[in-house]
Ligand binder design. Sequence first.
Ligand SMILES: Nc1ncnc2c1ncn2[C@@H]1O[C@H](COP(=O)(O)OP(=O)(O)O)[C@@H](O)[C@H]1O
Ligand SMILES: [Mg+2]
Length: 290
Amino acid sequence: MIGHAPPAGGVTTAPLIQFEHVFKTFVADRRSVPTLDDVNLSINADEFLAIIGPSGCGKSTLLRLLAGFTYPTAGTVYCYEQPVTAINTRVGFVSQENDLFPWMTLLHNVEYPLLARHVPSKERTERARALIDLVGLTGFESSYPHQLSGGMQKRASLIRTIIYEPAIILMDEPFGPLDAQTRLILQNELLNIWSSRHMTVLFVTHDLVEAIALSDRVVVMTKRPAHIKAIVDVPLQRPRDVFEIHDQQGFHETHHHLWQLMSSELGLQAPRAGGPPRQGSTDGGPNARQ
Ligand SMILES: Nc1ncnc2c1ncn2[C@@H]1O[C@H](COP(=O)(O)OP(=O)(O)O)[C@@H](O)[C@H]1O
Ligand SMILES: [Mg+2]
């Protein structure tokens, strides 16, 4: 594995996750689609990592490789220092789609991963109710997904992933379809959950403001075939107030830097420093869907 020489004192601290010279080419209709082109990335335990890049560059593919849903054409993805060669049971996945079972109540949806792991009924219900309470859904245990708002469904998906306590959570534009206010509330809840548990999060987003508000580092990918263009440290202190993130020290500089990196990938002119649009705005600025 690359990039983790033993620090002074001789104790080796291997990264939790490592992409080592990862290439991925899809073949569709007898046409090769080179997607990832020598991706190298190390992620430490308990880190919150955001991933941004042009649409279609391979962000979801990166998560799917770590989840073991697909495999590299060349190179290796390591998790806990082991190559990922099968479905990775250490990870939980939250996607943009509504993935709740429509025929199950909220409580049964949230309990389901524990049922699949043969956890006794009483413990299942207790753990599910505690998480339902944590995200403010108490009173809706008997509701079916279609009776819940988009934000409530997303909360349910999130706690259904968290309930079996995966060490790593992969989130693929999870809040994409939600309105701006609901997104902020869910970002805040996610940060609260992340900071109170040992969890490593890889969070794909098209929203630079969201990436800054949540993460420790932002990985910027190039257009396809993608490699990592830059990894930007987010200097904002924690705990963060996602509702006032623009006022936090270091926000504007980080946003400007990221937008410069992204705009050249998108073939756009980078704006001058200062005055980025608010989260969720649709004015064609950095928050606009790519
Ligand atoms: N299963 C697949 N078969 C063929 N091509 C795929 C498959 N999955 C992804 N691709 C292609 O790989 C590229 C990257 O896809 P994806 O990882 O979904 O991008 P992103 O998430 O950055 O928008 C796209 O060109 C997409 O069409
Ligand atoms: Mg995607």
